[in-house]
Design a protein around this ligand. Structure first.
Ligand code: APR
Ligand code: PHB
Length: 388
């Protein structure tokens, strides 16, 4: 089989890149190791910056997002049992769209299926070869039979645990990583959200977040220990812990119900540099991870593939300049989002090892933040997304 661009991974990065390339008339094949249902079963964040909304519109998959997604003009920061609104729209003129990553992925998958472009699901033993030359190859096994895809370029959209980054010789890549000493226990339930906007909570028992997927579906999180087992958290225990971390008036309004899903996610900051190795390009979680506190993961994935698609289109018009600058262009945006996600994580979580001084510093910063228009604007402009 031959194609122009082989895309490894059918998460949001791979699917959006496929859609952008297809729109430009560039042949592409997506190779995914899991089934479509497995990919759709993963529950991830759901806050889209305007750039991500624009890219989804550009490839014609925005209809359901605009109908069912919820534009948010602000969110609450909560500490010392008080909620303080960060008026995103007033401070920046921009808003965010609350629409789950699962739905984004479903919309992209449906559009891809309708376009007839090839997506190979359940590919085993995926490997990438010869990306230093002009004829890279992807190998995989389908139903026990080995296949090879010849291509011009490979896009590594295969997430943090993927094969693409792992195939780069160690002396050509630098990894920067910070692992946080806690996780997020998340619960999804068909109950109306406790507030029409998100609430990020700093509490002495640990961080909590009240988020949502729709007016009837809520997503809540509590900071938990990395040693916790999700099986040992009953729904009742989760709701009780969440209520303890909310102001009494908010806790009193919380509507609880049976969980549809419950899981624990570790928190990590990670960047691989560079993002280009000959004709192999990393995009999305394959190249970087942010802790979810700033809701930047999906947005960074979208901007990476936006840049990558532009560079590939230029490549087929005869210029490699876009491909040459791809890595630097992405990394500048990535590091700024890494900084913001790390800062917001540091501000909002309980870090027992920093002691009472660390806790006082958090409260002083939160107090400053909610009483300074300059500080609130800095938070808001990062949250809605810095200009490209
Ligand atoms: N071969 C083929 N596919 C693979 C391989 C492999 N060896 N390894 C992983 N994959 C697939 C995974 O099964 C997954 O479907 O690559 C896909 C990567 O998808 P994501 O992990 O969702 O990564 P990405 O598309 O970059 O999306 C980033 O996901 O984690 C969130 O916060 C993050 O919202 C951001 C988004
Ligand atoms: C979510 O809805 O899952 C969510 C929202 C905001 C975040 C993280 C996760 O910062």
């Amino acid at each position: 089989m031959r194609t122009q661009v082989a895309i490894i991974g059918a998460g949001p990065s791979g699917l959006l890149l496929g859609a952008l390339l297809s729109k430009a008339g560039i042949d592409n094949v997506i190779v995914e190791q899991r089934s479509a249902d497995y990919v759709l079963g993963r529950i991830r964040a759901g806050v889209l910056e305007q750039v991500a909304v624009d890219l989804l519109d550009e490839v014609g998959v925005g209809r359901r997002m605009h109908a069912e997604g919820l534009p948010h003009d602000g969110f609450d920061l909560c500490f010392d049992d008080q909620r303080h609104r960060i008026a995103l729209h007033e401070l920046t003129g921009k808003r965010v769209m609350v629409y789950g990553q699962t739905e984004v992925t479903r919309d992209l998958m449906d559009a891809r299926a309708a376009s007839g472009r090839p997506t190979i699901y359940e590919a085993a033993d995926v490997s990438v070869h010869d990306f230093d030359g002009k004829s890279p190859r992807v190998r995989c096994v389908l139903d026990g039979t080995a296949h090879e895809i010849e291509c011009d370029l490979i896009a590594g959209c295969d997430g943090f645990h993927g094969v693409c980054r792992a195939s780069v010789p160690k002396d050509r890549i630098t990894l920067h990583e910070k692992v946080y000493p806690f996780g997020w226990l998340g619960l999804l339930a068909d109950v109306p959200p406790v507030s029409h906007e998100l609430i990020y909570v700093n509490h002495e028992r640990g961080f909590a977040l009240c988020s949502q997927r729709s007016k009837t579906r809520s997503r809540y999180y509590v900071q938990c220990s990395l040693d916790d087992q999700v099986e040992s958290w009953s729904d009742d225990a989760f709701w009780a812990e969440l209520k303890r971390r909310l102001p009494a008036a908010t806790a009193a309004q919380l509507i609880t119900g049976p969980s549809l899903e419950k899981s624990i996610a570790p928190l990590r900051s990670f960047v691989a540099e560079p993002m280009r190795f000959g004709r192999l390009f990393l995009a999305g979680d394959a190249g970087h991870i942010v802790p979810p506190t700033g809701a930047k993961g999906l947005n960074l994935a979208a901007t990476d593939v936006g840049y990558l698609s532009q560079s590939i289109i230029e490549f087929y018009r005869g210029s490699e300049r876009g491909l040459d600058s791809y890595s630097d262009r992405c990394l500048r945006r990535i590091w700024r989002a890494e900084r913001f996600s790390w800062w917001m994580t540091s501000l909002m979580h309980k870090f027992p090892e920093t002691g009472s001084f660390g806790q006082k510093m958090q409260w002083a910063e939160l107090d400053y933040l909610v009483h300074s228009d300059a500080a609130k604007t800095a938070l808001a402009e990062n949250y809605v997304g810095l200009p490209l």
